[in-house]
Design a protein around this ligand. Structure first.
Ligand code: GLA
Length: 384
């Protein structure tokens, strides 16, 4: 098992006993590109993890081994330059953010690895950030609460790695709860759990196995476009700071002032927040056909208005439309590749995987991958 592998690697490389932390990836049922607009999201932690084995070192050096990359890196605890190894920057970023908050750290030994596919939109980077901050909080007795752990992880990504992401991924990793989605108000940070227990249906992720270039710049670009929309509207409306504050009617009233592409992006975000509220109402009464219909609507919005889909994701979603056993499907996460999330009847899953993988291979000559995931608890210490 992975956990044992990480533990053994640690014992082979370093002295002493480590503590072990497991930190999950995430899905998002609906509410895409809404977090940085102060809107709502509906994520959950999933049973794909990064495992970390860690203890204090004897001095100020941080000695890290990544099992998945089979690479080591060593840096001093006060390092503030970027590493050439991209994955190490998530760690250095976290350490920097802890120091900014006035806490003292010394060096550590760390071995980590996992099974969250990288670049698939399942937030392996957030799992690494939250896993490290959670572990350091423990071994150095830093006294951070959950929200502080989340913010440190998000700030590491924003300020050090340089991706201007919202709060969803880090929040889901820390606050995930078994068999529940969590509805997060990204403005007030109030949250509410919604049970997801269905006898006949399952969540299936289809990994397109593509990651188109420019993802980060396109992401930052969408944020700017949303801010531009707010700026236009604030000429007419008082007290608006984010698209969260704007209704569809208000947007329509001032449409003439908008470049079409800015209008479409804003329109998508406002509609997406309303869809999420609707989904939460219907999750309770298990009206999955309605939930699924809204998932398809989200996909259309992401494709036609927000323009973050791609032909591979569109194909994977469109292929599902012919099956009554699949009430809903959509691209998930930032876009331009990664996974689709599908609601599917359990007894149709194996047949479906065969059908869609064959069709996808024929069309794009790419092997898709499939993850039949379960919803789990957030970042935790585990027994060694
Ligand atoms: C990425 C970001 C999140 C969120 C999604 C889109 O996963 O890290 O903060 O904005 O994209 O919903």
């Amino acid at each position: 098992m992975l956990k044992e592998k990480i533990y053994k690697q640690f014992k082979a490389k370093f002295e002493g006993e480590p503590i072990m932390v497991k930190s999950p990836g995430r899905i998002n049922l609906i509410g895409e590109h809404t977090d940085y607009n102060d809107g709502f999201v509906l994520p959950a932690a999933i049973d794909k993890y990064i495992y970390l084995a860690i203890n204090k070192s004897k001095d100020n050096s941080c000695n890290v081994f990544s099992c998945d990359f089979n690479k080591s890196v060593t840096f001093p605890i006060n390092q503030n330059q970027k590493s050439e190894k991209h994955w190490a920057n998530y760690l250095i970023g976290v350490i920097n953010e802890i120091s900014k908050r006035g806490k003292k750290l010394s060096g550590f030994n760390l071995v980590f690895g996992g099974n969250i596919p990288i670049g698939a939109g399942l937030s392996s980077s957030a799992a690494l950030e939250t896993g490290l901050v959670f572990a350091l909080n423990k071994i150095f007795n830093l006294g951070f609460n959950s929200l502080e752990l989340i913010k440190i992880s998000q700030d590491a990504e924003n300020n050090f790695v340089g991706v201007n992401c919202g709060i969803m991924d880090q929040f889901a990793a820390i606050m995930g709860k078994k068999n529940h989605f969590v509805k997060l108000d990204c403005r007030s940070l109030e949250f509410e759990y919604f049970p997801f227990k269905t006898d006949n249906y399952q969540l299936l992720l289809c990994n397109s196995n593509v990651k188109h270039s420019l993802v980060d710049s396109e992401y930052n670009d969408r944020r700017l476009e949303c801010e531009k929309g707010v700026k236009i509207l604030s000429k007419y409306l008082n007290n608006i700071t984010k698209l969260r504050d704007v209704s569809s009617e208000e947007l329509e009233n001032y449409k003439a002032d908008f470049p079409i592409s800015t209008y479409e992006k804003c329109s998508y975000v406002i509609e997406e927040n309303s869809r999420l509220i609707e989904v939460c109402k219907h999750l309770n009464n298990k009206n999955l056909s309605y939930v699924g219909k809204l998932m398809y609507e989200t996909h259309e919005g992401l494709k036609n208005k927000y323009k973050v889909s791609c032909s591979e994701l569109d194909f994977l979603v469109d292929f599902t439309r012919q099956y009554d056993e699949i009430p809903g499907s959509r691209m998930m996460g930032g876009g331009f590749g990664g996974c689709t999330i599908n609601l599917i009847k359990k007894d149709f899953m194996n047949d479906f995987i065969q059908l869609i993988s064959k069709a996808y291979k024929e069309k794009f000559n790419i092997e898709a991958e499939f993850y039949n995931i379960n919803i789990v608890d957030g970042t935790r210490i585990i027994e060694t």
